[in-house]
Design a protein around this ligand. Structure first.
Ligand code: BEZ
Length: 216
């Protein structure tokens, strides 16, 4: 049996709050450097391989929603171990079959240097394919959220947009986003750290579980 208990899972290397490691690489839009995206939001995501079914559906879905990411001042950047010419051939196939042009960059990472730096592949893993990791990087270059899905489960583009909306709303209002929060829903106020406010609250939860009201 494959005992993987001692192997660090992908996504384990970096934590929320870390600065995203910088890199320079070839991509489908030319050479790019991660730090050049400072000042904008960035979603950096890996996919296991070009020309695979689930990945193809993800790229079609993301390309169809490209304007929604743009409207939120968020760039998309994909990455896999496949070569630049594989990326080109795949994008051409997607254009011809699905009538959509993928215009966000896909980085080539044949040596796994970037994938390893981001924990997209385990250092001990023999399989060079990256899993479906997604890093939400804020305009200062800080990782604010990350998700990790297996190869056989595609990401949800609405959930990617919801995470981005939530992070942007939290920052704009200094607030908290509750369970199932969607753009336009009320945000929550951070709990008080003042005992007088705890005792002054009109009910037992009013000091820690309260809407922002008209403040967002
Ligand atoms: C896919 O995208 O369909 C896929 C990729 C790698 C392994 C399994 C499925």
């Amino acid at each position: 049996m494959d005992d993987r208990t001692s192997i660090a899972p992908p996504c384990a290397g970096l934590r929320i709050g870390d600065v995203a490691p910088d890199f320079e690489a070839r991509s489908t839009i030319g050479p790019i450097r991660l730090s050049a995206y400072r000042g904008r939001w960035l979603i950096l995501f890996s996919h296991p391989a070009d020309f695979t079914p689930v990945c193809t559906t993800e790229f079609v879905a993301l390309a169809r929603e490209a304007a929604a990411f743009d409207a939120r001042d968020c760039a998309l950047m994909a990455l896999s171990v496949d070569s630049l010419f594989s990326h080109f051939a795949w994008l051409r196939m997607i254009r011809d079959r699905f009538s959509i042009e993928v215009r966000f960059p896909i980085v080539e990472d044949p040596t796994l240097v970037i994938g390893r730096a981001f924990g997209m592949v385990s250092a001990q893993d023999n399989d060079s394919a990256t899993v479906r990791t997604t890093f939400f990087v804020d305009p200062k270059g800080v990782i604010r959220a990350m998700t990790c899905y297996p190869a056989n489960l595609g990401r949800s583009v609405p959930e990617m947009l919801r995470i981005l909306d939530g992070l942007q709303a939290i920052d704009a209002h200094g607030a908290l986003a509750p369970a199932n929060w969607q753009q336009g829903d009320p945000l929550l106020k951070a709990p008080t750290d003042d005992l007088d406010e705890v005792f002054a609250a009109s009910d037992a939860t009013g000091w820690f579980l309260r809407d922002m009201g008209g403040e967002n």
